[in-house]
Design a protein around this ligand. Structure first.
Ligand code: HEM
Length: 435
């Protein structure tokens, strides 16, 4: 059957130049709290589902909630650009096959699930957030994005990746500064055409990736050869019984995935330096009701990017729409901005969450972490880190710098950094502070 006949309700032709298609319009920076003009204009002209061509791929963009949910449930293949697929690697179990994906998701749930957060990670996150904020207050300035990224990567790494990180941060050939440079190569090249030729961002990114992978492999093999006992993370991924659940190559790509996702790849590493103080408990976290209302509202209103990203592996029929096999599908969370679901949807109003289930990461009208088989595996961790971060931040006097600007160019961007002025010169009665 011809494509045009198959797609009964999408626009009849793809616009833009050959190969490049509409990539440049799509990637134009826009206000982070608004949908891109690209999506708004085309939805207005062609309806909630339309076709386009981006980064050399045939793409369907949808703001139709039912279609988005159906694709999320029935399509397993992640919809990433070729440059991202290259970055994550061919052996990456998250993308290799349905079975390998199921396997790594189940491992990741053990590593980042509620039990692990509750029993171990909450304390590290608390210490890290507290330490970095104290240091920021001493210096009078705190880069919020960089600090949050450090908290993510270090809280995961202190249990999971410490073997590798130790080697990477102490490695003589590629010490701290070089490592940072390697990591900086990535984020700017995520959304690019996939030509891997010298001089391009993708080429530099792939070189950096190969160096990082080499270091990770060296670290694991060294640790194995030393006969030292592996920590819990490696016992989980390699299995306790000596029967390997994952090859070294797969394990390295798996670990590397977390470098990329948790770090968003452009921040340096700091070590845990403080002694454990009497920290937050799970009960404290669960009682931060207003903080969680703020987080839910922030995730609702900032979901101006596609949260369901797939390549269809079969024809999908929903109502009048038929999405043909092999197309990249980008599902936008328009449902967050529908006045039938949220009164005055463009207003930031945490109180709308009062009395709702604040722990839910997915409902019919709330999809900031995606849905279906590829629902974000870091969602619980993300919410915990954000809560603890806000909890500590509000113990200081702080204000955004006037020049700070947040834009979206598919990814969130902070062209003038994300610094806040911060000091503990405050008369607020901290003992009475509870959010
Ligand atoms: C506020 C923070 C975060 C947001 C809004 C977010 C959002 C998302 C979204 C929309 C997806 C795609 C789901 C789909 O296609 O249906 C996703 C997938 C994923 N996320 Fe997150 N994420 C966040 C934080 C994290 C963190 C902290 C980690 C790990 C440390 C993480 C790891 C992953 C992984 C591994 C996947 C792929 C899952 C799979 O393919 O099975 N995310 N995330």
């Amino acid at each position: 059957m011809e494509e045009s006949k198959k797609q009964t309700k999408t626009t009849s032709r793809i616009h833009g130049f050959p190969i490049i298609g509409e990539t440049f319009e799509f990637m134009k920076p826009h206000d982070a709290l608004q949908f891109s003009t690209f999506v708004k204009d085309r939805t207005f002209r062609h309806g909630p589902v339309f076709r386009t061509s981006l980064f050399g791929a045939k793409v369907i963009i949808s703001t139709d909630v039912e279609l988005n949910m159906e694709i999320a449930k029935t399509s397993h293949v992640p919809g990433v650009t070729k440059s991202i697929a290259r970055l994550f690697g061919e052996n990456n179990l998250f993308v290799q096959s349905k079975e390998s994906h199921k396997h790594v998701r189940s491992l990741t749930s053990q590593l980042l699930g509620t039990h692990s957060l509750k029993s171990r990670m909450i304390q590290d996150i608390d210490i890290l957030a507290c330490t970095h904020m104290k240091e920021g207050a001493r210096n009078g300035v705190l880069d919020v994005k960089e600090t949050a990224s450090k908290v993510y990567i270090l809280s995961v790494s202190s249990h999971a990746l410490s073997v590798c990180l130790d080697n990477i941060t102490t490695n003589k050939k590629i010490g701290g500064k070089r490592t940072r440079t390697l990591l900086e190569r990535f984020s700017s090249s995520w959304f690019q055409f996939s030509f891997n030729v010298p001089g391009t961002g993708v080429y530099r990114m792939m070189k950096a990736r190969n160096k990082m992978m080499k270091l990770l492999k060296e670290s694991i093999l060294k640790k194995r050869a030393s006969g030292e006992e592996f920590g819990e993370f490696f016992k989980t991924i390699f299995g306790e019984t000596g029967k390997e659940m994952m090859s070294i190559e797969n394990a390295i790509e798996y670990i590397y995935t977390f470098f990329l996702v948790a770090n968003e790849t452009r921040h340096g590493f700091l070590r845990l330096r403080t002694e454990k103080e009497a920290g937050l408990t799970w009960e404290d976290y669960k009682s931060m009701t207003f903080t969680q209302m703020v987080i839910n509202e922030s995730l609702r209103i900032t979901s101006t990017f596609p949260t369901v990203l797939r390549v269809t592996d079969h024809d999908v029929q929903v109502g009048d729409y038929t999405i043909p096999e092999g197309w990249t599908f980008m599902g936008y969370a328009n449902v967050h901005f529908n006045p039938e679901n949220y009164d005055d949807p463009l207003v930031f109003n945490p109180w709308r969450w009062e009395g709702k289930d604040l722990g839910a990461i997915l409902t019919k009208t709330y999809i900031p972490f995606g849905a279906g088989a590829r629902l974000c595996v870091g969602a619980e961790l993300a919410k915990l880190v954000m809560s603890i971060f806000i909890h500590h931040l509000y113990r200081y006097r702080w204000s955004m710098k006037a020049e700070t600007k947040v834009i979206r160019r598919y990814m969130l961007m902070f062209p003038h950094g994300c610094d806040v002025q911060i000091s503990d010169d405050t008369e607020v009665d901290k003992s009475a502070y509870s959010i």
